[in-house]
Structure formats: C-alpha cells, structure tokens
Ligand binder design. Structure first.
Ligand SMILES: C[S@@+](CC[C@H](N)C(=O)[O-])C[C@H]1O[C@@H](n2cnc3c(N)ncnc32)[C@H](O)[C@@H]1O
Length: 277
C-alpha cells in the first residue's frame, strides 16, 4: 500500500535528524512535503508500508546503500553551465593570470581546482572550458586537474557520462559549444573527451572530518552547497576547506551565500569570492 503513506511528526523527526547527522543537510519544517514527495517512490518500490519501516531499513542496512539512495532523493542537484557567470569572468581575468605567473615563477608546476558539491557536472565542465580556452595550445604541456565531488551517486553518474539535453546548454557560449561538445542526436550533446580528461569525478561526503587529498588547491568552488547547512556545520566545513586551500588560493561560494568573517580565515575579495592570505 503506501501510495500516499502518511508521514507522522516522529517519522519526519527521525528522517531529518538522520539526514542532518550524516550529511549536514538541514531540513526545516517547510521541507516536510519535499520529504514526502521525494521518498514516496522509494517506499513504493521497496514495498515499505510506512516511513518508519523505511527508516529502520536505512539505518540497519550495513552496506550503506540505502542511506545513499536516501540522500540522493533528498539532496537538490539543481545546477547549470556557467551559473553565476561573474565567477568565470573573474577566473579568466584574475585567477588564471595569477596562477600562470606563479607557474612561471617556479612556485608551483600544476593547476589543481576542486568543485565541492559539483552535482551533475555542469560546474566543473564550465571551469574546464575556461581553463582550456585560456591556455589554448599551451594546455597540452600543462598539468591540470579539476577534482569534482558530490554526495549524490545519480548526479555523479550523469556528470561522468557528460551528456546533456540541448536546453541545458543554454548558458554555454556558442564558440564553446562548437569547441567542446559534439551533437549526439535526439537533442543531446556530449562533452568532448579532451574536456572530460581534465575532470576527475569522485563521491565525497563533505561532512567527513578529513578529506583524502595529498595537496592543496589553488581554487575551490563550493557554491550553493552550504545553503542547506546550518551555521555550525557551515563554519566547520569552511575550516576544512581552508586547510585544503593553498596560501593565496581562492574560495568561490554561491552569490546567495555569505561567509562569517569573524573566523578570520578567508579574506573577502568580491561578492562570493574569498581568498586565503
Ligand atoms: C544545488 S547543488 C549545487 C551545484 C553547483 N555547485 C552549483 O552551484 O550549481 C548542491 C550539491 O551539493 C551536494 N551536497 C549536499 N550535501 C553534501 C554533502 N554532505 N557532501 C557532498 N555534497 C553534498 C548535493 O548533492 C548537490 O549536488
């Protein structure tokens, strides 16, 4: 039965505290209908008669797969190419010239960027296009790596495939579409291999206390991810991101987000851009 299973207050409380503890995602009271809407299908396909039965299954599943499905359904993966275009202009006009100067000055040989909370890949591919365009023919001689991570398996699968319907390419400048995509037919476009090779997709829960990275990044994008977190969670995450930013490196956040300056970590550069000094 559970077409229309009811979600009691206790069940909502159980589910939201699980999602908060494991993923830092805060589900306010107004998210109740989102929880019902997004989990209803999972209940139905798994044959669960109530949200409590489903919850018990998630916490008892030692493989962790049920928990992944849960966060996959709950998290919002909305994104698009060249979202918040100002960031890409800043990347091109300020950050990449600076990084190049450091490489030429021998301070660093490689280029390491991280998109934390990359959803279905539009953000890291946009970064890759800007980098590729900036370096042009010189790119082949450079060591460039864009790490792109997310908690959502289904979003990452889409990202790795790199195939997008034409409507999703609306933000891609025509020249970039021509250079970096191939038409697949049926209104789908595929990201070209040379661009895909620049991006490494991995699953990573940003709530981990340590991240498995050896080096630090010159640029971290963590945009429109912290909006789902409460202040203590956000603050702790920013401290972790700071550890993985190289001195002089940048943190880009969403334009609707703010960083608490009281911590004295990153310095404000311009809207939604911060720097580790
Ligand atoms: C709205 S999307 C933002 C995508 C992209 N950064 C942008 O600005 O367009 C937020 C992403 O954060 C991811 N996310 C949420 N909580 C996370 C966590 N604890 N660890 C890793 N990723 C998380 C979600 O799965 C989702 O794909």
């Amino acid at each position: 039965m559970n077409q229309g299973a009811q979600l009691s207050d206790e069940e909502f409380e159980l589910i939201r505290s699980l999602v908060y503890q494991r993923f830092g995602i805060k589900l306010g009271d107004h998210k109740r209908s989102l929880v019902i809407g997004r989990l209803q299908k999972v209940l139905l396909s798994g044959g669960f008669r109530s949200f409590k039965e489903y919850y018990d299954h998630v916490v008892q599943d030692s493989t962790g797969r049920a928990l992944l499905t849960l966060v996959d359904r709950i998290s919002t993966n909305h994104t698009y190419f060249f979202r918040e275009r100002e960031h890409f202009d800043f990347l091109k006009t300020v950050v990449l010239p600076e990084v190049t100067a450091r490489i030429k000055g021998g301070q660093r040989q490689d280029l390491r960027f991280w998109c934390a909370g990359c959803a279905s890949g539009e953000e890291p591919y946009s970064v890759a296009m800007v980098i590729s365009d900036f370096f042009g023919d010189n790119l082949s001689g450079m060591d460039v790596g864009i790490l792109a991570t997310d908690i959502s398996v289904s979003a990452l699968e889409k990202a790795v495939t790199g195939v997008y319907p034409v409507e999703q390419l609306a933000g891609v400048p025509p020249l970039y579409r021509q250079r970096y995509f191939d038409p697949l037919g049926k209104g789908n476009w595929a990201v070209r291999e040379e661009l895909k090779r620049m991006v490494l997709f991995r699953r990573l829960n940003l709530m981990r206390s340590e991240y498995p990275f050896k080096g630090r990044f010159q640029v971290i994008f963590c945009r429109n991810v912290m909006i789902y977190f409460d202040n203590p969670t956000k603050q702790a995450l920013v401290e972790r991101l700071y550890r993985y930013t190289e001195p002089g490196g940048y943190l880009f956040i969403g334009h609707s987000e703010t960083l608490d300056q009281a911590s004295g970590l990153y310095r404000y550069v311009r809207p939604a851009v911060y720097r580790k000094v």
